[in-house]
Design a protein around this ligand. Structure first.
Ligand code: PFF
Length: 490
């Protein structure tokens, strides 16, 4: 059996991977997107489906990605190609790596715009630009911030430059060093924010909103959004986790690190909800305010509270750091690929990728002002980037990787990478072969309007379908010509 590739770089510290991967996972997705989506899709039911997606789809696929990364020791393109070749498969499988790398790149191009909002609101709170604003003022400030392409462009450019600088400095000196102080800092700030929310007066209402489950209230749109968000929040199928996994030392347990990252990410999302909704409710505001929730309702709510602006500043500092630690992970795949496969130095790779990124992100940024008219099917460049990546590229990329790990790659490879007990390994295999793919496919079919899912009533049918798939798959797999040879070797 061919063994693992030799690494060129490894995380230095024991916590290197966990901090970097958690830094990647915890970001605007947790603090900005999760609360506003929960608000839009009706609260508890969305949260429940989202949690189910994290467990049934997110965790198994994250393990797949880390294993691909560590086994192939390289960018998604190179790592997937090497692992496929080790299994006697063609180079074509590296297309999945291409898609992941592109997906990370596309996400970053709109992500820096939102991160720019966070940085600019940090500046506004610190410089006193929000003090004494009414509801209308807040909306006007948010609108003015977006309407001026120079202002908005300044902030997103700043985020791009900071990201490229950190990534260009290297895996250990840039990425690892920056996450090792930003992540602990964020935890402290989040704890302060929750403490503040507990005393804000709306805590009970916030808790009820997040945790009162009524599955009937969830639309198909909400289901697909929950699935897409599970991928987004765990940074899956976009090259980030896979590339970070390429630097994971041989002895680290993939299962343990995956659970740590997934639990930390989920806790931060729930905690962000617990920090935000009470403040919103305490001030009688609408939880379904959409993307502006953080930037209009929240500062307004803070402002009405004792020492509100201080806490608003802490909040936006936390948000900015969360965004930055995610942004660096999205571009690392591209930089690693340019560096290893194209022989370009890290610094040059980083700044040239940054330039292309900046061009695309400027287009996304212009959606809010000059390009307000440039729409396709009613959506701007910014919306398209978000829509295509989180609704399609991530779930489909994840589906591809799960099926590849489950059926295409030699079993012995994942067995040795994951280092699980036989029982846990079988459970993982069952998840990547049947549960995750079925979940992704069903939610897709549902979103296309071909069937209508009602989880509350149809679960016995869904279980029966899963059983049928499993039995069929297990019967067919050993009978597939190539797979039999592959299995025979393992
Ligand atoms: N997980 C990040 C968040 O929740 O904000 C977003 C993200 C990071 C997506 C890295 C994709 C990625 F590769």
């Amino acid at each position: 059996m061919t063994s693992r590739q030799q690494p060129k770089t490894l995380w230095l510290g024991r916590w290197g991977f966990i901090l970097a991967a958690t830094g990647s996972a915890v970001g605007l997705g947790n603090i900005w997107k999760f609360p506003y989506m929960t608000g839009e899709y009706g609260g508890g039911a969305f949260v429940l489906v989202y949690l189910a997606c994290i467990l049934a789809v997110g965790v198994p696929i994250m393990m797949v990605e880390i294993a691909f990364g560590r086994r192939g020791r390289g960018s998604p393109i190179d790592a997937i190609r090497r692992v496929a070749q080790e299994s006697g498969r063609g180079r074509g499988w590296s297309l999945l790596g291409w898609m992941a790398m592109l997906c990370g790149f596309l996400i970053l191009s709109f992500y820096v715009v939102v991160a720019g909002w966070a940085f600019s609101y940090l500046w506004k709170t610190v410089s006193g630009g929000l003090a004494g604003s009414s509801v209308d003022d807040m909306a006007a400030i948010f609108a003015a911030n977006n309407a001026n392409p120079w202002v908005l462009g300044f902030w997103s450019t700043l985020v791009t430059v900071a990201t490229m600088f950190i990534v260009g400095t290297g895996v250990q000196k840039g990425i690892e060093r920056s996450v090792s102080w930003m992540m602990p800092g964020m935890v402290v700030m989040l704890a302060i924010m929750i403490g503040y929310a507990v005393f804000s007066g709306g805590f009970g209402q916030g808790v009820a909103f997040l945790f009162s489950f009524d599955l009937g209230s969830l639309s198909s749109e909400g289901l697909l959004a929950a699935l897409g968000h599970a991928f987004f929040t765990l940074s899956l199928a976009s090259g980030a986790i896979l590339t970070y996994g390429a630097y994971l030392p041989d002895h680290s347990s993939i299962a343990r690190t995956t659970f740590t990252v997934a639990i930390a990410d989920t806790l931060v999302a729930l905690m962000a909800g617990l920090a935000i909704f009470p403040v919103i409710f305490a001030n009688g505001m609408d939880p379904a305010a959409g993307p502006g929730l953080l930037f209009m309702s929240l500062p307004l709510a803070f402002q009405a509270m004792p020492m509100g602006m201080l806490f608003a500043a802490i909040f936006f500092l936390m948000l900015s750091m969360a965004a930055l630690t995610s942004a660096i992970s999205m571009i690392e795949a591209t930089v690693a690929w340019l560096n290893e496969s194209r022989g370009i130095s890290r610094v040059t790779a980083s700044w040239s990728a940054g330039l292309v990124l900046w061009t695309l992100s400027t287009l996304a940024m212009l959606s809010f002002n000059v390009g307000a008219e440039w729409t396709l099917a009613g959506m701007h460049v910014f919306d398209w980037l978000d829509y295509l990546t989180s609704r399609f590229m991530m779930p489909l990329g994840g589906l591809g990787m799960a099926l590849m790990a489950g059926f295409v790659i030699r079993n012995a490879i994942f067995r040795s990478e994951l280092g699980l007990s036989p029982g846990s390994y079988s459970a993982w295999l069952f998840m990547v072969r049947y549960v995750s793919p079925l979940g992704i496919v069903l939610i897709f079919i549902d979103s296309l309007g071909l069937v209508s899912l009602d989880l509350g009533r149809q679960w016995p049918w869904l279980l029966a379908l899963l059983a049928l798939f499993t039995l069929g798959g297990e019967w067919l797999t050993p009978r597939f010509g190539r797979q039999r040879i592959v299995q025979g070797r393992s």
